[in-house]
Design a protein around this ligand. Sequence first.
Ligand SMILES: Cc1cc2nc3c(=O)[nH]c(=O)nc-3n(C[C@H](O)[C@H](O)[C@H](O)COP(=O)(O)OP(=O)(O)OC[C@H]3O[C@@H](n4cnc5c(N)ncnc54)[C@H](O)[C@@H]3O)c2cc1C
Length: 469
Amino acid sequence: MHRRDIIKGLAASSVLLGASAITTPLFAGNDHSFDVIVIGAGLAGLTSAEYLKNQGYKVLVLEARERVGGRILTLNNQLNKPEVGGLQIGQGYGLMRTYAQRLSLPLVSLGNYAKQTTYVVNEQIINAADWPSHVANQLSKVEKNTLPSALYFKNMAKGPAFGLPTDWTSPKYTHLDIPLLEYFKQQQVSDEALRLINANLNAQSLQNLSAADAFYRLSLARAGGRGAHRVEGGNGRFTDALANNLQGELQTQKEVTHINQQGQKVKIRCGDGSEYNAKRAIITTPFSVLKNVELSGTISHLKRKAINEAFYTPVTQVHFSVKKQADVSMLESNNLWTDNALGRVFSQTNDKGELTYLTSWINGQQAQQLDTLPEVDAIKIVQQSLHKYYPGLKDKVEVVHHQSWANEKFSKGAYIQFAAGQVQSLVPHMATVEDKLHFAGEHTEFMNSGMESAMVSGLRAAQEVMGKV
Ligand SMILES: Cc1cc2nc3c(=O)[nH]c(=O)nc-3n(C[C@H](O)[C@H](O)[C@H](O)COP(=O)(O)OP(=O)(O)OC[C@H]3O[C@@H](n4cnc5c(N)ncnc54)[C@H](O)[C@@H]3O)c2cc1C
């Protein structure tokens, strides 16, 4: 088979899988020595590598998956190209927006995702207007008027507003590095409210999330402003475009298994036995994955602790395509918020207002429970739950994708979260340079969030190595 055919085959199989199409030139030449090796072709790694290449450094990116993008994943074979990973490009994402212009990628508003919400609580379907007096509403007297999806924000609003995003690690706020559950209990939040908050919390659980982390993320979100966008045609185009600028400097299906600092070199070995040397390495893999890579040479105790203990939020999704129109008008105009294994359901409609696509998005403990089951059983539970509340959808929707980010070998979770005590003990050590190893990725940058963090950290790590090689 010719090289071009292999590349075509790879690209075609990625499209069938719904992944971003990639072209991956085979490695040219036998010289396995580089100025910098970047591990991981997500947003952070690609940003680093492209920058260093443009500055004239000899760079290689090693990516374990057969596609680029990491936690950015667009389903290219579905109507409107839904996102499975990184979705919202916030108003404050200055670097990502500048790059989008540079890469000639137009951004489009995410208006279609921001709909009204219908609730399923204690097995009952409830309109927002009916919630305060509904029999399923078991909240305390003072909480009754608050919608289930607003309980978290209402209770967080009573807490401190960090002036600077960096405040959260300040010794001044050590008293907030406690489980958010404990903080809420101190605020007299009722047990039913805690149950509803936990049902769709953007973290593993209230017990496992530091209040300091929660307040920090809220400060960032507030500072970021309203009105998110995504790349027209899907965010996967963004990482594809960066990868296209790398061509010969990028190899996929290269799982790094060993990173060894020896003398003046970093020696890197992959699962297929191939070995590479560099003067410096930039590691962008999530720490949840890095902890399974053998790291030798000088690595501080605190860095090892951060790598071993960092935890990533479980997120599981089931995507449904609508085959035939059904009588489910409520879903056409609303998203769904449930207190059960269906999580939240985001609906999409076409220009005629007809339902075309549904995504069930399950967070935290509910996701963890589903993730213990074989994929087919997890899907069945979500499907049955959807049919229970919307029998009109039976035989009219089909499952087109299931994604457990926690079970994904090269992610092991959706995004970093810090538990009580970890804001003080781990955060200061996430990005520190360890001899010839530099660290980038969303988990290493705390002035921004998500995709913007990944990019900013990628540039920061690239600048760290410049002048040192
Ligand atoms: C469901 C979901 C929704 C999200 N929504 C948003 C959002 O709306 N807005 C936002 O800003 N952000 C969002 N994010 C977060 C955002 O997608 C990530 O922060 C960002 O994409 C992370 O980029 P990264 O480069 O740091 O890490 P990754 O994308 O994880 O890149 C790391 C790369 O390393 C590779 N790798 C792992 N192990 C190895 C190994 N051993 N050898 C070689 N390669 C390896 C991986 O395959 C991967 O490609 C979301 C994420 C998820 C999962």
